[in-house]
Design a protein around this ligand. Structure first.
Ligand code: DUR
Ligand code: ZN
Length: 135
């Protein structure tokens, strides 16, 4: 499959990044099964732990607009290898996207790595693992 259009969407999203602290801009584009594309960028904060990654921004934006079914997630950054999503994003992606959904990781050099939700986080802790215990 040719991801050129979606990679360009992710690059457009990257331009909107708010990164006064790291100066490291990331863009994400999430396509829904209905064909809509949601942008996500990293949004940083002086309290560093409040920073939000591009991947989660895209997924939360789509969710906030009522979307639940996704086709592809594309991520781009100025990295030597295709950008590698952090552990928190891998966890969120695992819960909110189907296990075999394609994820396309890229960089500004044009390197492209296609992977899947399960390959990004094998053995993810998911809702089915939760049990309630009595105090
Ligand atoms: O896949 C990634 C990796 C990092 N970041 C952001 C978080 C922070 O704002 C900056 C540096 O880690 O890049 C993302 O948005 N996505
Ligand atoms: Zn992340």
């Amino acid at each position: 499959m040719c991801y050129e259009t979606m990679i360009n969407e992710a690059k457009e999203a990257r331009k909107k990044a708010y990164t006064p602290y790291s100066k490291f801009k990331v863009g994400a584009a999430l396509k829904t099964k209905s064909g809509h594309v949601y942008h996500g960028c990293n949004v940083e904060n002086a309290a560093y732990s409040a920073c939000n990654c591009a991947e989660r921004s895209a997924i939360f934006s789509a969710y906030s607009n009522g979307e639940r079914e996704f086709e592809t997630l594309v991520v781009v950054a100025d990295t030597d290898r295709p950008v590698s999503p952090c552990g928190v994003c891998r966890q969120v992606i695992s819960e909110l996207c189907e296990p075999n959904m394609p994820i396309v990781l890229t960089n500004l050099n044009g390197d492209v790595m296609e992977t899947t939700v399960t390959d990004l986080l094998p053995g993810a802790f998911l809702a089915d693992d939760l049990k309630s215990e009595e105090d």
